[in-house]
Write a protein that binds this ligand. Structure first.
Ligand code: CA
Length: 505
């Protein structure tokens, strides 16, 4: 199918937005319309006509990395979404490649993002916990982030959205290679309001262009507007946009008009979640429409993924058919929807089955920019694999470790081993058992032992945590304990075992 037949076109977006306005005179529609008007205004003043510039002359490509927060595995139309729609994410998938065995490096927020932006297992530098707010914790300063590597290639880099890699001055995005930041420094935010600068994490003002601004309207729409502004201002040079939505992470909040668009969903929590994802999908559509109208589609490399699996009890997400949730190293914690699109360079509407990792985004982006890859990366440049130049798999094996419950896992193409502290190792024939429902460790003892040794060898050189977690006050998140099926005795045993070794700090 031709890309233009599936990529969300700006004309259709204008038409549909105004059709919606005609039938529903409400604030969300106005928000959507405003996004569209932003696209139209920028076209009027700055954009080159579509198709006037051959893709080759635009290299190196723009890079747009779109991250969802706590999105359920099933909750995109290109997976198994049943009760609402994500037309823009589906268009992105139809214009590019959908990964079917794709993983992040950690089952919750900050460590996953540390791996994403360094291209290295965050365990290598002790980033295995969320930084506590206003505690001086953050992604270790010795590490190099993606925008720092892209800068010599002439890139301007911006973060729009959630940071969660340290809220102190030294860890600020503008100190880590980004030229611009518009968003929230912590792990989440109220979607409708902010208070003073001394407010708690979810109510602090947004950080924008070096100043502080309040949340106005609905935060997801506000971030989408900021992303459009970034693309508009930098359309004449290579840009790296890290569009890091905090949706659909809690709190569960959506405006009435967005809720009305998914009012066929009876459960109120699921309906709110669906409205939050719908707003995110609107924003993705607006950004892609702007890219298209600026004639940049074939010179823009787009990634979309979630930072971890859905915390199904917390935000009414759906991880089907995966086992468990965010917080666990079962598939429901670390296997995510993941799409890459680069029209003209990558095939449209295709699937890629071998293992890929969020670690690969760093390497792929840097290589696409024509910049030499640093020698210390754990990810690989996916382009040769996706174009067929390389026929083998990018990864033979991936690994996970979370100190909550002392969870380890490793996966090869065929098998996955899960090891949880004080439990026997579990082995799954993951290529035939995506739900991790049949433990075959008894029947495959030698493979089980081999994978346990592989985990030990991977983990042995890692330092301890760069800062203490919250263990002691809350050794394991209640939802994680529940997802792991732990009772209080087991939780107590995890604590007694000193799940991570403080002496290695
Ligand atoms: Ca998350």
């Amino acid at each position: 199918m031709p890309i233009h037949a599936v990529h969300w076109p700006a004309r259709a977006r204008l038409r549909d937005a105004f059709a919606l306005q005609a039938t529903c005179n409400c604030a969300t529609v106005f928000a959507v319309r405003n996004l569209v008007l932003s696209v139209s205004l920028c076209l009027a003043c700055s954009g080159p006509p579509s198709g006037t510039e051959p893709a080759e002359s635009r290299l190196p490509p723009n890079i747009v990395l779109i991250l969802a927060d706590d999105l359920g595995y099933a909750d995109v139309g290109f997976h198994d979404l049943q009760d609402f729609e994500t037309p823009n994410l589906d268009s992105l998938a139809a214009a590019g490649i959908r990964f079917t065995n794709a993983y992040v490096t950690h089952p919750y927020c900050s460590p996953s993002r540390a791996g994403l932006l360094t291209g290295r297992y965050q365990h290598r530098f002790g980033h295995i916990h969320n930084p506590k707010f206003r505690a001086g914790e953050g992604l270790p300063l010795e590490e190099t982030l993606l925008p720092e590597v892209l800068a010599p290639g002439g890139y301007v880099s911006g973060v729009v959205g959630k940071w969660h890699l340290g809220d102190g001055p030294a860890f600020h995005p503008l100190q880590r290679g980004f030229d611009e930041f518009y968003g929230l420094l912590g792990g989440g935010h109220d979607y409708f309001k902010s208070n003073g600068e001394d407010a708690r994490e979810y109510l602090i003002p947004l950080d924008a262009h070096g100043g502080k601004i309040p949340v106005e309207g609905y935060l997801t729409d506000q971030l989408s507007e900021a992303a459009l502004d970034f693309v508009r201002r930098h359309s004449g040079r290579p840009f790296f946009l890290y569009l890091s939505y905090n949706a659909p992470h809690g709190p569960l909040q959506a405006p009435p008009e967005a809720l009305a668009r998914v009012d066929s969903i009876a459960d109120p929590r699921r309906r709110t979640y669906a409205a939050m994802v719908t707003a995110l999908d609107d924003g993705v559509g607006a950004v892609l429409s702007l890219v298209e109208e600026l004639g940049l589609t074939e010179s823009t490399l787009v990634f979309f993924l979630s930072d971890n699996g859905g915390p199904t009890p917390a935000n009414a997400s759906n991880n089907s058919p995966l086992r468990a949730t965010k917080g666990t190293v079962y598939e429901g914690g670390v296997r995510v929807p993941f799409v890459v699109s680069w029209p003209g360079r990558l095939p449209a509407g295709s699937r890629y089955e071998p293992l890929v990792s969020a670690l690969d985004i760093f390497s792929t982006a840097v290589a696409a920019a024509g910049i030499e890859l640093p020698g210390n990366l754990d990810g690989v440049d996916l382009m040769p694999y996706l174009t067929g130049a390389q026929s083998e798999a990018p990864h033979d094996q991936l690994y996970w470790y979370s100190d909550e419950g002392g969870q380890y896992a490793t996966r090869t193409g065929e098998s996955k081993l899960v090891r949880i502290l004080n439990r026997e190792p579990e082995l799954y024939a993951i290529d035939n058992d995506i739900s991790e429902s049949h433990d075959v460790s008894d029947a495959s003892k030698s493979l089980t032992d081999e994978l346990v040794r592989a985990i030990d060898a991977w983990h042995a050189p890692h330092p301890g945590p760069a800062w203490p977690g919250t263990r002691g006050e809350r050794p394991v998140h209640p939802n994680t304990a529940k997802a792991l099926g732990a009772d209080q005795d087991e939780i107590d045993a995890w604590v007694a075992k000193q799940v991570y070794d403080e002496s290695r700090r």
